[in-house]
Structures are given as structure tokens and as C-alpha cells.
Design a protein around this ligand. Structure first.
Ligand SMILES: NC(=O)C1=CN([C@@H]2O[C@H](COP(=O)(O)OP(=O)(O)OC[C@H]3O[C@@H](n4cnc5c(N)ncnc54)[C@H](OP(=O)(O)O)[C@@H]3O)[C@@H](O)[C@H]2O)C=CC1
Ligand SMILES: Nc1c(N[C@@H]2O[C@H](COP(=O)(O)O)[C@@H](O)[C@H]2O)[nH]c(=O)[nH]c1=O
Length: 380
């Protein structure tokens, strides 16, 4: 049966038009599996897989749990055992065709007797691509492009890394109404309200690295952990990183615990990102301070800005961003606003405004639609 209208984002690939409602449902489930919370982010894409039998019943499910663990297809095949024979594998990424830490998924699918493979997005990674051709050569029916856009959004940071060879950078800041990030004495906790800070923790939960400058590390002594709404740290934590050349005092919170922060002893944003990329990092949350943020902006290495603007006046203190070398209003940076939300305030507090922005694109490029999920990095 042809797909229903809400699979329309697959319509641009001709072979997706023959997928069934069962497969579309299976793909939705595979996308959910791929996005299972707690899967450590890093150098690998998020992938989910659902095996369905000829009658349309789900046989088994699987998903990838990060570098070094079985791929989603292999995970699902292991759960299915012999029942995989004759099945359709619905998978969010074109099955890989290379021997990495695990064998090629194309071989695993062929060996298991899978008859049909439906995938969402082609694998753009030159090392792993070619799965479609290999599967077809083995006599397996293959269809690609089903719910492709959702799969791309799920792996936006990974895709960005493949194209740009560096992690995606989100700069997050909390600023007062008069554009300040700290009071005159350097104190800054808190400018934004409790609702904004909970929101910021959800943002932290979507990245694989949180980065601050050495001055913030010393002045604030931050924890830089992802905490739930009750303040409890989550099980899986992003890497914490501090950037700057000075020695850090040993007593800092960031240097305690089983996984102390990585100290990037450089002032060069490009070099810091290269080191993080080599370490498998794909999405960096730059949490300031104003000096480090300015360095990244000047280097053109900020891809997204999340600003919490609070109805607070300081009148003095650190500007939200240090000098950008802009001398005249005509040269101002004017990021494009993707989302503006008034965050409902907790009792006794005033609401903040959250702006999600990205640096302006050259006028020749068409605007990218606003992402359904505001925390997914938008592809450029
Ligand atoms: N409201 C908010 O959202 C936030 C507020 N804050 C507040 O900001 C203040 C600290 O901010 P700020 O003083 O700007 O410090 P930063 O945290 O930006 O750290 C600045 C230091 O980083 C190092 N560094 C690394 N790369 C560069 C570079 N390319 N250029 C210059 N320096 C670099 C330098 O130290 P080194 O000598 O080690 O190389 C520099 O002194 C605090 O008061 C803090 O409370 C901080 C974060 C967020
Ligand atoms: N002042 C300020 C923020 N500051 C950022 O949060 C860090 C503290 O993190 P943690 O110790 O984990 O709670 C601090 O070092 C700085 O990077 N964040 C906000 O959402 N709102 C605020 O008003």
C-alpha cells in the first residue's frame, strides 16, 4: 500500500513511494529508538532499526548505543534470531558496507536472510557508504528516503561534522536587559531565572561537550554538569572542557570526579575545535564567558546562539560579549532569529525571553526552515 500523506517528506525519492504504512510506522519507531535518551553522543550517528515480518508485525528492534557498540541492524538481528529470515529491515540510516569496529551491516542483513531494506537517509560517510548497491547485488530489495528529513535532523551535528570537519558550536549566554553577563564584581549567578536555567540544562543534555574559558572556570567554579529539574546530575554527562593557557587551581569543581574536565591549553578556537573533533566530539556548547565567546565569533566559529534575556538591570559589569572589532552600526552582527519564546516564570520570578539564532547567511542562500525541535542544530 502506498504511504500516507505524512510520509510526504520522502516523496522526492522515487523508490520511497512504494513503502507501506507499516514501514512508515516502523520508521517512526526506528527514529524514536535512534534518539533514545542517554545514548552517548560522539563520533557515530544515532541509528535505530525495526524488523517487520511479511504480515507487518514487528519482530525485533535495535539501536546503536555509541562508538564501539553493535550497529542498530546487528542489535535488532541479534534480538530476532531466525525470525529475521524473510523480514523487512526498517532502518534510519543506509546500512554500512565497511568493516569498522563491527562487520558490515550489509553482510549481517544478507546472512540473516532479510528480504527487504527500507532506510531513511543515505550514508554520506565515504568510509561506510555503498550499502545500497551491495544489498541489491545480494538480491535484497532496497528503498531509501523514507522520513529522511527527520533522520537528518536527528543526526544534524554528525552530518555537520562530516561536511565541515569540526564540531557544531552553540554559544549559550544569559544576559541582563542591558546586555551584561556579570555584575561589576564578576558575580553572575543568577541573571536568568530558574525556568531558563532548567531549559539550559535540557540544552546541555543535547550536546557532547560543554566549554568555558579559564576565567569563567576560576571565577564561577562551575560544575558544568547536566542536571534534571530537581538538580540531580544525569547518568550520561557531556565532556567538560576549559580553554585557555593559564594553570587551573587544582581545587576547581571541574577538575574533580572520575571524569575531570579536559584543559585545552590554547587560545586558538580553530585548534581547540580540531582537538575536540579528533576526540570524537561533534556538538560543543560554548557557555562563555564573554571573552571566549568573542574569540569564537571573530573566528566565524559560532553556528548557533541561544540567548536567555532576563528583565534584570545591572548598569555596570561585563558585556555579554567582548570586543568584536565592530566600530560602526553598519558592521553589526545581525543573527537570524529562528525562535523567540517567552519562558513561563516560576512563582516569584519574572519571565525571560529565549532567542535561538544563527549567524546571518549570505543573502543568496534561501532561509532554512525553522527546526521542529529547537534544540537540533540546523543544517547549513
Ligand atoms: N551570564 C553568562 O551566561 C555567563 C557569565 N559569565 C561571567 O563572565 C565572567 C568571565 O568572563 P571572561 O572574563 O570574559 O572570561 P572567559 O571565561 O571568556 O575566559 C577568558 C580567558 O580565556 C582564555 N582564552 C582562551 N581563548 C582565548 C582567546 N581566544 N582570547 C582571549 N582569551 C582566551 C584567556 O585566559 P588564559 O590566560 O588562560 O589563556 C582569557 O583570560 C565571569 O564574571 C562569569 O561569571 C561566564 C559565563 C557565562
Ligand atoms: N550566570 C548564568 C549562567 N552562567 C553559566 O553557567 C555556569 C554555571 O554552571 P553550573 O555550575 O553547572 O550551574 C557558569 O559558569 C556560566 O557558564 N548560566 C545561566 O543559564 N544563567 C545565568 O544567569
Amino acid at each position: 500500500m502506498p504511504t500516507g500523506s505524512d510520509a510526504s517528506d520522502a516523496s522526492h525519492t522515487s523508490d520511497a513511494s512504494v513503502t507501506s504504512d507499516v514501514e512508515t510506522e516502523g520508521m517512526r519507531r526506528a527514529l524514536t529508538l535512534a534518539g533514545t535518551p542517554g545514548v552517548p553522543l560522539g563520533p557515530n550517528p544515532r541509528v535505530g532499526c525495526v524488523l517487520v515480518d511479511r504480515a507487518g508485525a514487528v519482530i525485533a528492534e535495535g539501536y546503536h548505543r555509541g562508538a564501539g557498540t553493535p550497529h542498530a541492524e546487528v542489535d535488532a538481528l541479534a534480538a530476532a534470531g531466525d525470525r529475521a529470515r524473510g523480514a523487512t529491515a526498517v532502518v534510519t540510516l543506509e546500512p554500512c558496507d565497511h568493516t569498522g569496529r563491527t562487520g558490515p551491516c550489509t553482510q549481517a542483513l544478507t546472512r540473516a536472510g532479510v528480504q527487504r531494506v527500507v532506510y531513511a537517509m543515505a550514508d554520506p560517510n565515504p568510509v561506510a557508504s555503498g550499502g545500497r548497491t551491495t544489498l541489491q547485488a545480494a538480491g535484497i530489495e532496497v528503498s531509501g528516503g523514507l522520513l529522511e528529513q527527520q533522520a537528518r535532523e536527528l543526526n544534524a551535528a554528525w552530518l555537520f561534522g562530516l561536511t565541515h570537519g569540526r564540531p557544531f558550536v552553540t554559544w549559550k549566554l544569559a544576559a541582563s536587559l542591558d546586555g551584561r553577563s556579570a555584575a561589576a564584581d564578576g558575580t553572575s549567578r543568577w541573571i536568568s531565572g530558574a525556568a531558563s536555567r532548567r531549559d539550559a540544562h535540557r540544552l546541555r543534555g543535547r550536546v557532547d561537550t560543554i566549554l568555558v574559558g579559564t576565567e569563567t572556570a576560576v571565577v564561577d567554579d562551575p560544575a558544568l554538569t547536566v542536571r534534571d529539574d530537581t538538580g540531580r546530575p544525569l547518568e550520561h554527562q557531556p565532556l567538560r572542557a576549559v580553554m585557555g593557557e593559564r594553570e587551573l587551581p587544582a581545587g576547581l569543581q571541574l577538575l574533580q570526579g572520575a571524569k575531570p574536565a579536559l584543559h585545552l591549553r590554547t587560545r586558538d578556537p580553530g585548534r581547540a575545535l580540531a582537538e575536540l573533533f579528533d576526540a570524537g566530539r561533534r556538538h560543543v556548547l560554548l557557555e562563555g564567558g564573554p571573552t571566549l565567546a568573542a574569540a569564537f565569533l571573530r573566528a566565524g566559529l559560532v553556528d548557533e546562539i541561544v540567548a536567555y534575556l532576563a528583565p534584570v538591570l545591572l548598569g555596570a559589569g561585563r558585556s555579554a560579549v567582548a570586543d568584536l572589532g565592530i566600530g560602526a552600526i553598519g558592521n553589526a552582527l545581525r543573527p537570524e532569529v529562528l525562535d523567540a519564546t517567552v519562558l513561563a516564570a516560576d512563582p516569584g520570578e519574572q519571565p525571560d525571553v529565549r532567542l535561538i539564532m544563527r549567524p546571518a547567511q549570505p543573502p543568496t542562500q534561501p532561509p532554512t526552515p525553522r527546526p521542529e525541535d529547537p534544540w537540533r542544530p540546523s543544517l547549513r
